[in-house]
Ligand binder design. Structure first.
Ligand SMILES: *Cc1c(COP(=O)(O)O)cnc(C)c1O
Length: 392
């Protein structure tokens, strides 16, 4: 008989009843070190007092009105995002893949309004992940995601990751509306796009007018040690998808764009019942107030250096288990030589949560405010997990 919950996840036999900082607690009191952060969501760990206070204060006042009315919490959060980024305007959604939907619609509408509706193709890259909606899976384009769900949303063209010549060629096509990519591929195995490539892509977009859509759902919100990952390359996108970390665990997504890219969108063209509701935006404001400060981000960079150095040592100590470390900031991947799933299981054996990804990689996406002690404890536990995998 089918379980009451649709069985589409391969769940670990764990469940947690509470959390504090970088720790998760099971009903029997067993404590796990959380290095997955709910897949890059819990940027301030569990039960952060400022987020709990923001949520409970709002909960006692007003949960939901509607986008029929002004939502002051939404306006405040949008202003913060506009002030801190390239963006001129923000749309709020509830998840990452919803921001992909609007990114695609906005790019197509832009060209439509410019009288060039034939410019509707979105270029995307192999190994990418943009969520599970119809536009998200069409953008990623992998057989694993689209298989059986056809007909796939048309108008996407896929390019091999890291092939600048193929990209330059593809950009010349007269039907290209936009390019979508993650500055650091997350699900794909923590694969950063080199700064040079992002710069080159920006130049190509400037030459052709195509819109540059960055998916910072996983790598944004301080994860790499800058508020957004593209800042490392010194370029700005036209449209950017944000979710995961921005709500710190409360469902929230945001689509940021320039005035130019948003120019086709008119009242009635898009919407969301819950998007940017008072509860979500109360938490989003509290997250931004902490994360979007230079003191916080420089601490992320320092902690990332500590963690990464330790992981390099771990790889050196276990050359049969690990191949290499890659990533940016506290978005770290360990490419494995043994099956990555075995490493995840071995970490569970050490009461530690890590996250599998493609390319036989495991991901470390800890809370951005993880303590130095917890980083050192993580390294000890990963060391024991790796040791438990080496055949005697
Ligand atoms: C998680 C993720 C998404 C999808 O976000 P959901 O909130 O699960 O819809 C999209 N893009 C990237 C890069 C992601 O990591």
């Amino acid at each position: 008989m089918i379980p009451a919950v649709l069985p589409i996840y391969n769940r670990a036999p764990l469940s947690f009843v509470s959390g504090e900082g970088s720790w998760l607690v099971e009903a029997d009191g067993r404590r796990f070190l959380d290095l997955g952060g709910g897949i890059a969501v819990n940027v301030l760990g569990h039960a952060h007092p400022a987020l709990t206070a923001a949520l409970t204060a709002q909960a006692g006042q007003l949960w939901h009105t509607s986008n029929l009315y002004h939502v002051p919490q939404q306006e405040a959060l949008a202003e913060k995002l506009v002030e801190q980024t390239f963006a001129d305007t923000v749309f709020f959604a509830n998840s990452g893949t919803e921001t992909c939907e609007l990114a695609v619609k906005m790019a197509r509408k832009y060209w439509h309004e410019k009288g060039q509706p034939e410019r509707h193709v979105i270029l995307a890259f192999t190994g990418s992940f943009h969520g599970r909606s119809s536009a998200g899976i069409a953008a990623a384009g992998s057989e694993k995601m689209i298989g059986g769900f056809g007909p796939v949303l048309p108008g996407f063209r896929h390019l091999p990751f890291g092939d600048h010549d193929a990209l330059a060629q593809a950009m010349k096509a007269p039907d290209v509306a936009a390019v979508i990519l993650e500055p650091v591929q997350g699900e794909g195995g923590i694969v950063p796009v080199p700064d040079q490539c992002l710069k080159g892509l920006r130049d190509l977009c400037d030459d052709t007018g195509a819109l540059m859509i960055l998916d910072e759902v996983q790598c944004g919100m301080g994860r790499t040690g800058k508020l957004f990952a593209h800042e490392w390359a010194g370029v700005t996108p036209d449209i950017m998808m944000v979710a995961k970390g921005i709500g710190g665990g409360f469902p929230l997504g945001a689509l940021l764009s320039t005035e130019r890219a948003a120019s086709g969108m008119k009242p009635g063209n898009h919407g969301s019942t819950y998007g940017g509701n008072p509860l979500a935006c109360a938490v989003g404001n509290a997250v931004m107030d902490i994360v979007a400060t230079e003191d916080f981000l420089s601490e992320v960079r320092r902690k990332a250096g500590l963690f990464r150095q330790g992981l390099e040592g771990l790889v050196a100590a276990h050359p049969d288990v690990f191949d290499l470390v890659r990533g940016s900031g506290l978005m770290l991947g360990l490419k494995c030589k043994v099956p990555a799933g075995d490493v995840v299981q071995a970490a569970y054996g050490q009461d530690t949560c890590i996250v599998p990804a493609a390319d036989n990689t495991v991901r470390l996406l800890p809370a951005l405010n993880i303590s130095d002690d917890d980083i050192r404890e993580a390294l000890r536990r990963l060391d024991r997990a790796a040791a438990s995998l080496v055949p005697a």
